[in-house]
Ligand binder design. Sequence first.
Ligand SMILES: [Zn+2]
Length: 425
Amino acid sequence: MNNKLNLLPIVFVLLITACSSESEPETQVAAEETEEALITRALEIHDRVLTFDSHADTPLRMIEPGFDMSQRHDPKETGSKVDYPRMKEGGLDAIFFAAFVAQDIRDDEGNSRAKKLGLQMLDAVIESTEKNSDIVGLALTPEDAYKLEDEGKRAIFLAIENGYPIGNDISNIELYYDKGVRYITLVHSTNNDLADSATDSKGPEHQGISKFGEKVVAEMNRLGIMVDVSHGSEEVFYDAIAVSKAPIIASHSNARAVTEHDRNMSDAMLKLMAKNGGVVQLTMLADYLRKAPENPERTAAIKEFRANLKPTSEMTDEERKAARAAYAELAKKFPAAPATVQHVVDHIDHIVKVAGINHVGIGCDFDGGGGIEGIFDASEVMNITIELVKRGYTEEQIEKIWSGNLMRVFREVQDIATEIQAASV
Ligand SMILES: [Zn+2]
């Protein structure tokens, strides 16, 4: 830890048990752990456990010309949420960098463009880990992360967000696996050839996972790639549980009973996730964390801003900068009620209550919209641990939340792939 820690203010609670009875001469004053002692204890726990963020869209940044992951970026000025120095500051040991390809036209040309862009992002991550091998390493297995942690390095895992770059060619999945991809989010904000999205305004197209999507899941099972249902419709979740031979993950989703949102998971889904042995990774997206009071002016302004925006992948550097500045201006003009670390741990508390301590983790979605007050970027993730300690979570439980649960699923997915491959010989 260093002195750049940006800690949340913690209300200092001094518990005084004073005996008011006159018959008792002694006044007993018992002080609970002080704020300072609690933070110190929380930071020690944060340092000891492997901290693993299952979702960041940082590869989008990494393909920007001149973007250097070894340099610290000012999040307010650049909009960037993750780089290697800030991972170190926040005590973040491991991360899944997802190559995100926005859904576009579903024809041969669109598919091959998506594949090209996906590969460009995966290669950018690989190249960055090679260039910075003194501070990070590309990780392919859970064991790699622990080994890199021992060496004092950050573990960088690869994923793909949106199955679009698979196109209609199953063999692409092995190509991505060989690059290092260890989970694929089946679908994004609109339906694709694999599955229905939770948020497509046109409604469902396949009533869950398509026939082709089922083949994709089977191939992922065979190779040892985790099936990620975040962004998928509810039917996609139930289909994935039914079709996948291995437990599944939701790499960045929250609890619907706490915050009503199509991207969040109902209690029934959380219970089934527990039965499946999978894991739900909590995300730092304000709208999934709390219901903001109605603000029609802000909503209209954002809608107008988005309508006039072209896809980030098609923007020039200048256009990207201008878009960021325009959004920052808009957010300043129409501020939203903040989401905080308390909201995050409210969701964790709920999932633990419904699904148990073994089925919850953390996937911040930095550089993909994630980042809230107190957990604005990778340098502030220790505030989650502090809030967990405040609410009485033990080190063993915190270890499960920060990585143990995801690693259990990861290992199981790999073991099942080994079994499938052995059975087919
Ligand atoms: Zn996402």
